[in-house]
Design a protein around this ligand. Structure first.
Ligand code: DX5
Ligand code: ZN
Length: 225
C-alpha cells in the first residue's frame, strides 16, 4: 500500500521547547519537517529565520522541507541550503523569474518546490511541471497556522494530478493548511502525496498518534483517463 509523506509544521511547535518537539518528530512516523519562513511582506506575519532553522537542523534526523513565504526568495537560496534545507519551496507569486529560481535551487543540490496561493490556477505550473520536484498547494491563505481549509482545494489537487500525469512528471503534490482527519483522506483520493500538518498535530494530546494515523491513510488516486 502506498502511504503519504507526512510533514509536521514546526510553526505550531512550542518554540520554548523546540528540541523536545523536534525529537518527538524524529521518533514518530513523520517523514519530513515542514519549516515555514515568513517575512512580514509577502504574508502578514513574521515567523523565524536562519538561526531557528539551523537549531531545528541540528537535532532533526529527517529532511527539512522549507516553505519560503518571502518576497524575492532568489536572494537567499544558498543561505537556506547552508541552514539545512533539503527541499526549498518558493511562491510562484513571489518570484518574477521562477524558472531561473528553480534552476538555482537545484544547482545548490536541493529539491525544488513551487507553492501556489489559493487564488492561483494550477494551469500556471504547466511550463515548469517537469522541472520541479514538488508543488506546495496552499489550502489556506498563507501566513498563519490553524486556519480553515478551503474546499476548492480538492478539485485543484485533482486538476494538478492530471497535469502531472499528462506531462510524465515526477512532481509531488503537497497540501498545506487545514489538514486533519476529515480533509486528509479526501486529499489523498484527489492525488495528494505530501500532507503538511501543524495545528492538527501539535494541538493533539498525543501528536505521535496523530502522525501515525495520517501515515496509515492510503493514497487512492485513480486516473481519469
Ligand atoms: C501557513 C503555513 C502552514 C501552516 C499550516 O501559512 O504555510 O505550513 O503551518 O498550519 P495548519 O496545519 O495548522 O493549518
Ligand atoms: Zn507551509
Amino acid at each position: 500500500m502506498k502511504t503519504p509523506i507526512i510533514a509536521p509544521s514546526i510553526l505550531s511547535a512550542d518554540f520554548a521547547n523546540l528540541q523536545r518537539d523536534v525529537e518527538m518528530i524524529n521518533a514518530s512516523e513523520a517523514d519530513w519537517f515542514h519549516v515555514d519562513i515568513m517575512d512580514g511582506v509577502f504574508v502578514p506575519n513574521i515567523s523565524f529565520g536562519f538561526p531557528v532553522q539551523k537549531a531545528v537542523a541540528k537535532y532533526a534526523t529527517k529532511p527539512l522541507d522549507v516553505h519560503l513565504m518571502i518576497v524575492q526568495p532568489e536572494r537567499y537560496i544558498k543561505e537556506f541550503k547552508d541552514a539545512g534545507a533539503a527541499v526549498l519551496t518558493v511562491h510562484l507569486e513571489a518570484s518574477t523569474h521562477l524558472h531561473r529560481t528553480i534552476q538555482a535551487i537545484k544547482a545548490e543540490g536541493m529539491k525544488a518546490g513551487v507553492a501556489i496561493n489559493p487564488h492561483t490556477s494550477v494551469a500556471l505550473l504547466e511550463d515548469v511541471i517537469t522541472e520541479i520536484d514538488l508543488v506546495c498547494m496552499m489550502s489556506v491563505n498563507p501566513g498563519f497556522g490553524g486556519q480553515q481549509f478551503i474546499e476548492r482545494t480538492y478539485q485543484k489537487c485533482a486538476d494538478l494530478k492530471e497535469q502531472i500525469l499528462r506531462n510524465n512528471s515526477n512532481c509531488l503534490i503537497e497540501i498545506d493548511g487545514g489538514v486533519n482527519e476529515k480533509t486528509a483522506p479526501l486529499l489523498l483520493q484527489h492525488g495528494a502525496d505530501v500532507l503538511v500538518a501543524g495545528n492538527y498535530v501539535f494541538s493533539a494530546a498525543n501528536p505521535t498518534t496523530v502522525i501515525s494515523k495520517l501515515k496509515q491513510l492510503p493514497k487512492g488516486y485513480t486516473a481519469k483517463r
